[in-house]
Design a protein around this ligand. Structure first.
Ligand SMILES: Nc1nc2c(ncn2[C@@H]2O[C@H](COP(=O)(O)OP(=O)(O)OP(=O)(O)O)[C@@H](O)[C@H]2O)c(=O)[nH]1
Ligand SMILES: [Zn+2]
Ligand SMILES: [Zn+2]
Length: 293
């Protein structure tokens, strides 16, 4: 729904958001859209006999009270095209600086922060890793990251359920990641909205834990379609569950045949070496790409 309303302010830890102070953006100005709609449109969702309402059949694929399907599409396009302009700028910055940026997306509690903490602790002698933490309210995750010695900037999205490229651009001003470093962006725990927002990252990495069910890729296909890597976390719990790893992976491949998969445990460290290998290989691949974007 966030692609429709676009409302909400997003404080970045230690960052004052003054009008006119933006150092980036196609128009150089702030990008806080507030759309307020009044009036009546006829509902366009379908009610089935079992009492369910199916919103997929409207042309916008979503139902918003008080907005026509055409207006929803227009507003979504405006928000996403502004986002894409900021994302392009972030991407250019990453490529110019040789910063390898990954956007970690998942439902709440799949283990993103635990994975990042373990990865930083085990790789910090080899590579500089900084983190942008997205969260609706607290700075808990940024504090967990800082305990490893890594630098972290927290973005609180308030009511917003995803990070957008504009927020990340501001966080980059504060963080100024070192050339040649790795940047982890931990998105807000939400399997829906973060799929729609390009942050300029090299790859989206979707983290799914084995306690969540094999059908998640089918239920939330956009997220799995947008990702290049799926990390199946909490593998240490598999002996206690009837989770079918093969079925989960084949469901994910139905949605995205190019998706790579790693099975890990952030708790025991199982599978983490393979993740580090993937990181290294992907960072090298980005480095070899031409600089002009
Ligand atoms: N058994 C087990 N538990 C894990 C593993 N990874 C994370 N957890 C636990 O899962 C819970 C959530 O982990 P987090 O790392 O906070 O998950 P998150 O994705 O960062 O959560 P949000 O930021 O709230 O979306 C914590 O209690 C972790 O200790 C794992 O590999 N195995
Ligand atoms: Zn977290
Ligand atoms: Zn959202």
């Amino acid at each position: 729904m966030c692609t429709v309303c676009g409302c909400g302010t997003s404080p970045i830890e230690g960052h004052k958001h003054e009008a006119g102070s933006h150092g980036h953006g196609p128009d150089g100005g702030p990008d806080h859209d507030h759309h307020h709609y009044h009036g009546h449109d006829h509902h366009s969702h379908h009610h089935a006999e079992d009492g369910s309402a199916d919103c997929r059949h409207g042309i916008a694929g979503v139902h918003v009270p008080g907005m026509s399907q055409e207006r929803i599409i227009q507003v979504e396009r405006e928000i996403l095209s502004k986002n894409d302009a900021y994302a392009t700028e972030n991407r250019r910055y990453f490529v110019d600086q040789g910063v390898f940026a990954l956007n970690f997306v998942s439902s709440p509690g799949s283990g993103k922060t635990s994975l990042l903490v373990r990865t930083i602790s085990e790789l910090k002698e080899r590579v500089t890793i900084n983190v942008i933490e997205g969260d609706q309210q607290t700075s808990n995750d940024a504090a967990r990251i800082r305990e490893t010695g890594a630098r972290a900037v927290q973005i609180n999205t308030g009511k917003g359920c995803h990070l957008d490229a504009h927020m990340v651009g501001h966080a980059l001003e504060d963080l100024a990641p070192e050339p040649g470093s790795v940047l982890f962006i931990e998105n807000v725990g939400n399997l829906v909205c973060p799929a729609a927002f390009d942050l300029g990252e090299a790859h989206k990495v979707v983290v799914l834990s084995v306690t969540e069910g094999e059908d998640k890729p089918l239920k939330y296909p956009d997220m799995f379609a947008a990702a290049d890597l799926m990390i199946l976390n909490k593998a240490d719990l598999l002996p206690h569950l009837d989770f079918d790893v093969g079925l989960c992976i084949s469901n994910a491949l139905l949605v995205n045949p190019r998706l790579q998969t790693l099975i890990v445990s952030a708790r025991t460290g199982e599978g983490m070496e393979a993740l580090y290998g993937w990181l290294e290989a992907s960072a090298v691949r980005q480095d070899k790409r031409p600089k002009a974007v």
